[in-house]
Design a protein around this ligand. Structure first.
Ligand code: SF4
Ligand SMILES: [Zn+2]
Ligand SMILES: [Zn+2]
Length: 307
């Protein structure tokens, strides 16, 4: 097949657009889509100091590469990367090596923080210890995700970042939306648009420049620009989110454009959701144990990790 724009050999068929794209036009289209999302959401502004949450996987590596490529020359902006070592055997070490290499190549400062240092134990130890106990809640991802978000927010703030950039793509975004619908968690849902219902100076705002780009396209972008990426799956990956992922992928294959439609519909509903979730019902206090922002007296991270 030939590129719909220049007639060269196509590398990608964008079904939901009905177009075929060659390597160059595909790469350009991803970069201009991300720039449009950044502009539309006013994600990056003059004087920003942005911490990139970098795992070494395709999404976080590609977002750092792309934003640095299009905005790295701006003297008023500052970028650095933060990686979290949760302590997942045969998985995280390799991805941290790749993350470190990318930062070195781009000239970006790279900070690495670990669960072991911060919480006194690795995720693998935590999971082994309490999986069979009554205290076990949810999946390994519950413990991991909470602690990682806690640590990223804390370290980004301490390092002076005023924003944290994540590599989340369209698939991640809509999986989160559907999960929040299924759980009936309107407070979480109201934050999916990027704006928290209540601002708090201890929370570093998050930006997601890839939120309108499908996962498959980020993967191809990373390959085409020659990024070294960590492709292994986490051995702890489990839970309903992955069934939601497969369900949405099946719908998209049957009816291209479904994923965008989930996001667009949610964006139309968002003002109403934010109207339902009254500001007064979301109270942010300092956790009495760790001093980090929390909606309860003791935050969930302290509760689960015993900080
Ligand atoms: S899949 Fe779950 S356990 Fe593995 S890194 Fe992600 S959140 Fe952590
Ligand atoms: Zn072309
Ligand atoms: Zn706490």
């Amino acid at each position: 097949m030939k590129c719909s724009k220049c007639g060269k050999k196509a590398v990608f068929h964008r079904k939901y657009e009905g177009s075929y794209l060659c390597r160059n036009h595909f790469v350009k289209s991803i970069e201009s889509k991300a720039k449009k999302t950044i502009r539309k959401g006013k994600m990056i502004e003059r004087g920003d100091r942005i911490a990139f949450a970098l795992s070494g996987g395709k999404d976080s590596s590609a977002v750092l590469y792309l934003v640095n490529k299009v905005l790295g020359e701006r003297k008023d902006l500052e970028f650095f990367a933060i990686s979290i070592d949760e302590g997942i055997p045969r998985y995280r070490k390799e991805s941290l090596k790749i993350a470190g290499k990318l930062c070195k190549k781009l000239g970006i400062k790279h900070h690495v923080f670990s669960f072991r240092k911060e919480f006194g134990e690795d995720l693998s130890e935590k999971v082994r210890k309490i999986r069979k106990s009554d205290a076990w809640e949810g999946t390994a991802c519950t413990y991991c995700g909470l602690a990682r978000r806690w640590l990223l927010n804390k370290k980004a703030r301490e390092l002076g970042a005023n924003k944290i950039a994540f590599g989340m793509n369209l698939d991640d975004e809509i999986q989160g939306i559907v999960m929040d619908y299924l759980r009936g968690d309107l407070v979480r849902l109201s934050r999916m648009g990027g704006e928290p219902i209540v601002r708090n100076e201890l929370f570093v705002p998050r930006i997601k420049p890839f939120r309108e780009i499908p996962e498959k396209e980020i993967g191809l972008y990373a390959i085409l620009i020659g990024l070294e990426i960590h492709e292994d799956e986490c051995p702890y990956l489990e839970g309903p989110r992955f069934r939601v992922r497969d369900f949405l992928n099946d719908l998209e294959a049957e009816s291209p454009g479904t994923k965008f439609s989930v996001l667009k519909t949610f964006e139309k509903l968002l003002p109403s959701v934010r109207g339902i979730v009254k500001k007064e019902s979301v109270r942010i206090v300092k956790c009495s144990e760790c001093g980090e922002p929390s909606s309860q007296r003791v935050c969930k991270t302290c509760e689960l990790w015993g900080k």
